[in-house]
Design a protein around this ligand. Structure first.
Ligand code: F6R
Length: 607
């Protein structure tokens, strides 16, 4: 959520800042801005809109300089506008700041500063930091940053530039990631490693409440008490392939296509071929710990919560342990004592989601054991939990999750098997093995089924409302499919447990409200066939996502997308693929901004 970039070096700052903002735009993109320092003067350019539209009109001569900061925003305090865009500055224009996160005591500090005669121009909490820095500054950057930290509560990453500290960036981290990239004759600061790739060869990650003073020659890091911290920079490793779209028109489509390979790697990493057991080396819970559990709560937000919903069912079914999904945003409000027999599993791509992190903290405070199923090793949630399951999906740039969802489902299924094994169900993996081996190819075939999905998109792209139905393990598929459609095509879509349809949503059924039915397997499919007939009896348009060996679904549906047949606990990983493709194709026909849908951000770091 929001992106920070800073540059100080021998080259011009502006092109580096613009490129950094472009690389970070997937984290928020409602406004963008830069500030550049030259000869002790600060020049700011910023506005509402996207960097590719804004940057061409910025005057390179006016913005010439070798030190600067930049930002791409996802609005929290104040609507997207020029005034609210970052950088924010103090009244005299001595200091500029860019900011990720939220200042919790914003109102109190604003009132205090206003009473002291400070005039605010924006609605942002960020502006408070600029005024505080300016008023505390006596020439020493570390002492000033410490003064700001002492007054401020919340979670934030800050990057300051003061006109009396030429060539110097001052970075502050509290609860929101910030990295210093070291290159040749230049240094960068960024909230995400992606913006450092290609320029910096080493990286220093700031820890909680640390301050970095960054010049072209390097960086010094200081703890909150001002003490100098010695830290060896790490070599910067970033997968170059993930920097480009590889010929695909959108990141979202590239990421849908990456799924077979990601899942193949995950199966190879997680199944021990010699002993035929699930390998989760960083779980940090012994067999005895797992055997002593009395229930599992899975927490997550959005797509991650739907993966958690599937995970809860898998744990109940395979390990015989009561499990449930609770949205991260609701978990800390539960009036419960937990204790060490409760395992709380936090599911998150970014590892930075504030709601999910708060749930983990609440679980720890109540004495529960905690594990993260995460795509980000160095994230806030990864640091909070005891154990870790890396979903290995690689960086996901499209704002709507696709490849991360399928990697989460597979990881959670394997976690369920691991718990089952520890609880004496030694053969839990055996029936899944053939399906796991066949999974990457099945997903490859589902992706290759895009032409059938395009036919469906042609029929439904003018709809204003859609229903998605699924049962059992595919209830999650239905809600996730509906979320994808909402997010990227802006069609209102609702996902339901299919049996619930007749208890209300059936009132919506008509030819203009297409119903996507995820048919599933066995008993679930038998019941889905009845539910589909109920829709048809009311003149509804039905699109069935059905297994290749399902002879009945083609007879009761109007449009059909066939997918390979797999074990019922593995099949949902395949079933969601046509739903991802459908949302993509519909959004394309409707001319939507697929990779950066309106109002969204990749990582939501506010509660
Ligand atoms: C939907 C989507 C969001 C995220 C949610 C949680 O496509 O991307 O719903 O799943 O914001 O994010 P993470 O997984 O980073 O915790």
């Amino acid at each position: 959520m929001c992106g920070i970039i800073g540059y100080t070096g021998e080259g011009e700052a502006l092109p580096v800042l613009v490129e950094g903002i472009r690389l970070l735009s997937y984290r928020g993109y409602d406004s963008a801005g830069v500030a550049v320092e030259r000869d002790g003067a600060l020049v700011v350019e910023k506005d509402k809109g996207r960097i590719e539209d804004l940057a061409p009109s910025w005057d390179r001569t006016r913005l010439a300089g070798r030190t600067g900061i930049g930002h791409t925003r996802w609005a929290t305090h104040g609507r997207p506008s020029r005034v609210n865009a970052h950088p924010q500055s103090d009244a005299a224009g001595d200091v500029v700041v860019v900011h990720n996160g939220v200042l919790d005591n914003d109102i109190a500090l604003r009132e205090e500063l206003a009473a002291a005669g400070v005039g605010f121009v924006s609605e942002t909490d960020t502006e408070v930091f600029a005024h505080l820095f300016a008023r505390t500054f006596r020439g020493d950057p570390v002492a000033t940053a410490r003064g700001v930290l002492a007054r401020c509560h919340g979670r934030f990453a800050l990057l300051f530039l003061h006109r009396r500290l030429p060539g110097t960036l001052v970075a502050v981290r509290r609860g929101s990631p910030l990295l210093v990239g070291l290159g040749r004759g230049e240094c960068l600061v960024a909230s995400d490693v992606r913006a450092l790739a290609g320029r910096a060869d080493r990286v220093l990650e700031l820890e909680e409440d640390e301050i970095a003073v960054v010049t072209p020659a390097g960086a010094t890091v200081h703890a909150a008490d001002g003490r100098r911290v010695t830290r060896e920079p790490k070599a910067l490793r970033y997968d170059e392939a993930s920097l480009g779209r590889g010929g695909f028109p959108h990141w979202t489509l590239k990421e849908i296509h990456e799924q077979p390979e990601r899942l193949a790697d995950l199966v190879a990493a997680r199944i021990d071929p010699v002993h035929g057991r699930v390998r989760l080396d960083e779980l940090a819970l012994s067999d005895a710990d797992l055997a002593s559990l009395d229930r599992v709560d899975l927490v997550g937000s959005g797509t991650a919560s739907y993966a958690a919903m599937f995970g809860a069912r898998a744990i109940e079914a395979l390990a015989g342990l009561p499990a449930r999904m609770v949205p991260g945003s609701e978990y800390d409000a539960l009036p419960e004592t937990l204790g060490p027999r409760r395992l709380v599993v936090a599911v998150s791509q970014s590892g930075e989601t504030a709601d999910t992190h708060a749930a983990v903290e609440a679980a720890k405070a109540a004495g529960a054991r905690t594990v993260g199923v995460l795509n980000a090793r160095a994230s806030r949630i990864a640091r909070s939990v005891e154990g870790f399951v890396d979903i290995h999906a690689g960086p996901e740039i499209g704002v709507a999750s696709t490849k991360v969802y399928t990697s989460m489902l597979l990881s959670l299924l394997l976690l369920a098997v691991r718990i089952a094994e520890a609880r004496g169900r030694r053969g839990a993996l055996m029936p899944l093995r053939p399906g796991l081996d066949a999974l990457p190819d099945a997903v490859r075939r589902a992706v290759a089924g895009a032409p059938a999905v395009k036919d469906v998109a042609r029929e439904v792209h003018r709809a204003q409302n859609m229903l998605y139905l699924g049962r059992g393990p595919d209830h999650a598929t239905a809600v996730e499919g509906a979320l994808k459609m909402k997010e990227i095509s802006y069609i209102h879509a609702e996902g339901y447990a299919a049996g619930e349809m007749k208890h209300g949503p059936i009132a919506l059924v008509s030819w203009d409200v297409p119903t996507v039915a995820v048919m599933g397997h066995g008993e679930h499919r038998t019941r889905m066939l009845s539910n589909v007939r109920e829709v048809k009896a009311r003149d509804g348009l039905v699109i069935a996502v059905a297994a290749e060996d399902d002879a009945d679904s083609p007879k009761v549906s109007d449009l059909l997308v066939q997918v390979p047949t797999l074990h019922p606990w593995i099949a949902p990983i395949v079933h969601v693929v046509p739903l991802q493709l459908l949302a993509y194709e519909v959004a394309k026909r409707r001319g939507c901004d697929i990779d950066q849908p309106r109002n969204l951000a990749k990582s939501v770091t506010v509660q």
